[in-house]
Ligand binder design. Structure first.
Ligand SMILES: *[C@@H]1O[C@H](CO)[C@@H](O)[C@H](O)[C@H]1NC(C)=O
Length: 404
């Protein structure tokens, strides 16, 4: 009897632990979010065990469980032609709308999320998003299948994305796809938002690219790793989908698989002393509106004694951290649409970029989703559809329809 009771108690504690997440009562689809989170956590824990036992790298395991099992072939339907091809040697999935075949079209270059480690255009959620975008905007969509960590590190992810955008923006290529050169946008979510922001910045200073982007869209983007103790990191450290521990792992994995960088990032001591002047670009006490600062006191991140920051300087590079450029480099960026979510460690990255872009005179539209978690827009495949995710997607496509 006693043993049975103890077993039951332990099982309940375990289940409660697994289901429990600190997402507030008023969050939309709270139970669904908890359920998805339980699933993600389980996969994460199994990945940790697999890695400890030497079966697979943590991220390779996640890739196998998440992006590979979710593969959808490039199937054309009655409205959109879908094909896998290569631009500049980088694989892309292309969506060409069948409607009004002779009219000049708009184009969206889409860069998927997944922490530079997982995800693919062929994942059901991204395939659906690209289809809907193509169909509803009568636009050509180019979904970039850039190479991933841990096999490839920075700047490969950036360079693959850049190579695709640069290829597509050539007049002869735009002509081939019947795209109006003045109506092209780059768009991405999460790590893809990071890559989209970096690509848009680099294009401004590339004399070989003559066609300009009309719009950049950054959906809950990651934009800096200098300070991993922003109020949003503190408030949402254990939030579903993207806890701080996973974000730190993604960031460090973008630069190296060696664990010393991750360890330094965990304690926010990875920035070398000689790079202190960069902190001004991510000083949240200057760049966040009052309501997001409430209850927090700014402290400058400390410097570690380790040489890890010097060894992997990639995280100080604006191609990895688009917030780390001065205002002059932000001027001239195209009309920008930024989405942030309240319960997201990356919330303040996006909000700080909104402030910085505005100050530099770039037109910005900021959509803040009050009631949801990171990654909501990618959670639009049943049975895991989040109402907030659908809303973000609908608003985004509607906004593109009016502005692209
Ligand atoms: C951050 O901003 C605050 C308030 O303006 C200022 O007191 C502090 O010195 C700044 N720190 C850094 C590292 O920029």
């Amino acid at each position: 009897m006693g043993i049975k009771f103890l077993g039951l108690l332990m099982a309940s504690v375990l289940i409660a632990y697994y289901f429990y997440s600190p997402i507030p009562e008023n969050a939309e689809d709270r139970w669904k979010v908890m359920l998805i989170n339980t699933l993600y956590r389980t996969v994460g824990h199994v990945a940790t065990i697999a890695e400890k036992l030497g079966f697979a790298h943590h991220m390779d395991f996640l890739k196998m469980m998440i992006s590979n099992t979710d593969y959808t072939p490039p199937l054309s339907d009655e409205k959109v032609i879908v094909e896998d091809t290569k631009f500049n040697d980088v694989p892309v999935r292309l969506y060409i709308p069948k409607g009004k075949p002779d009219s000049l079209k708009r184009a969206v270059i889409y860069i998927h999320g997944g922490g530079w480690c997982i995800g693919a255009p062929s994942m059901k959620s991204y395939d659906l998003l690209s289809r809907r975008t193509s169909e509803q905007l009568n636009a050509v969509v180019v979904s970039v299948d850039y190479r991933l960590a841990p096999k490839y590190h920075f700047p490969v992810q950036f360079e693959d994305s850049y190579a695709v955008v640069k290829y597509f923006l050539q007049r002869k290529v735009l002509e081939r796809y019947n795209v109006e050169p003045s109506r092209v946008c780059v768009s991405g979510d999460s790590a893809g938002g990071n890559l989209a922001a970096a690509v848009a910045q680099q294009l401004l200073h590339d004399p070989e690219v003559k066609v300009k982007l009309k719009i950049q869209v950054l959906i809950y983007p990651a934009l800096q790793t200098l300070d991993l103790n922003l109020p949003s990191y503190k408030e949402n450290a254990d939030m579903p989908i993207l806890p701080k521990s996973l974000m730190v792992r993604f960031w460090s994995e973008y630069f190296t698989t060696e664990t010393s960088l991750k360890e330094a990032m965990e304690t926010n001591q990875h920035v070398p002393a000689e790079s202190s002047d960069l902190f001004k670009f991510v000083n949240w006490s200057n760049w966040l509106p009052e309501r997001f600062k409430r209850g927090h006191i700014y402290t400058t991140p400390s410097h570690g004694s380790s040489k890890v920051g010097q060894k992997y300087p990639g995280f100080l590079d604006p191609r990895a951290a688009p917030l780390l450029v001065d205002d002059v480099k932000l001027r001239g960026l195209p009309l920008t649409y930024i989405v942030t979510c309240q319960y997201d460690v990356l919330r303040d990255d996006g909000i700080m970029y909104v402030s910085r872009l505005k100050k530099a005179g770039v037109p910005v539209i900021h959509e803040h989703a009050e009631d949801t978690v990171h990654g909501a827009m990618a959670l639009t495949v049943s049975p895991f559809t989040l109402t907030a995710g659908q809303r973000i997607e609908n608003n985004y496509i509607e906004w593109l329809n009016e502005n692209l």
